[in-house]
Design a protein around this ligand. Structure first.
Ligand code: NAD
Length: 250
């Protein structure tokens, strides 16, 4: 593992365009469970059921039972050392963008500036009937589920549910980054949710090196990624940053 961390530090320093693609795993150490680990929120609320747009259209009140808990989790979560390490690499000019599948806003909280939110965020509440929207910043628990001021329908947060399209601007920017990068760090994602999972394949097909940081191998390992650094993102990324700084300063 030490050898791979040193190798990646070298590659970060020599790459002219490095990006990160992050998934739920990077926020696990901030207390937000991913979809695949046992226990927690997602063993009570099956994401394929509760996070599907058809479920929301059929029974938004039921989906808001899950959303209430997600809002509570996200509003109290803080960035962990993995988020901070990426923000620092960006400020050193060594990371050009983060494409995140996460909807928790923790990259921005850690100080990352160029963040492409592929699956939206929890910043807005939108009416699927008439398009009216309000900020979610001041949403109180007693108001949940919040309703539209114009037509009374239950509002949906501006996150991308299964069965919904990716916001076009995020999709275009992410594609450009995937095509342009020389090095892509794929962190804490199982790479099975499409079209996000296509991004490492696109980067690879354009000649980029793809390096995974994950607690375990994924469908990309040994197929798309050049190598996997196996471990917790909150421990591995600060080690990589330390190694980069050591080489840069020395
Ligand atoms: P996923 O749950 O399918 O996979 C998570 C991956 O992270 C797994 O491969 C797991 O081995 C790895 N992992 C878990 N803990 C880790 C750690 N500490 N360090 C490194 N790796 C770790 O998540 P996904 O691939 O992102 O796809 C699920 C979809 O649901 C995405 O859209 C995702 O962003 C969304 N989601 C978001 C959040 C969030 O915003 N924090 C939370 C849950 C799900």
């Amino acid at each position: 593992m030490r050898e791979l961390i040193e190798r990646l530090a070298e590659e970060i320093l020599s790459s002219k365009w490095t990006i990160a693609l992050t998934g739920a795993g990077i926020s696990v150490e901030s207390g937000i469970p991913d979809f695949r680990s046992p226990g927690g929120l997602w063993s009570r609320f099956d994401p394929m059921e509760y996070a599907h747009i058809d479920s929301f259209r059929r029974n938004p009140r039921k989906v808001w039972e899950m959303l209430k808990e997600v809002f509570r989790l996200i509003s109290s979560a803080l960035p962990n050392p993995a988020h901070y390490a990426l923000a620092e690499l960006e400020s050193m000019g060594l990371l050009q963008a983060v494409i995140t599948q996460n909807v928790d806003g923790l990259h921005q909280k850690a100080g990352s500036k160029v963040v492409i939110e592929y699956h939206g965020n929890h910043d807005w509440l939108v009416c699927l009937e008439c398009g009216w929207r309000r900020s979610a910043q001041d949403l109180k628990e007693e108001e949940m589920p919040p309703t539209c001021k114009v037509c009374g329908f239950i509002l949906k947060p501006s996150v991308v549910f299964f069965g919904e399209p990716i916001p076009w601007e995020a999709q275009i920017r992410a594609l450009e980054e995937a095509r342009r990068c020389e090095l892509m760090l794929v962190i804490g994602t199982s790479a099975v949710v499409y079209p996000a999972a296509d991004l490492p394949r696109i980067a690879k097909s354009k000649g980029a090196r793809v390096v995974e940081i994950n607690r375990e191998p994924t469908v990309l390992t040994g197929v798309i990624s050049d190598y996997l650094i196996e471990g917790k993102a909150g421990e591995v990324l600060p080690e990589i940053l330390k190694e980069v700084k050591k080489r840069k300063d020395g």
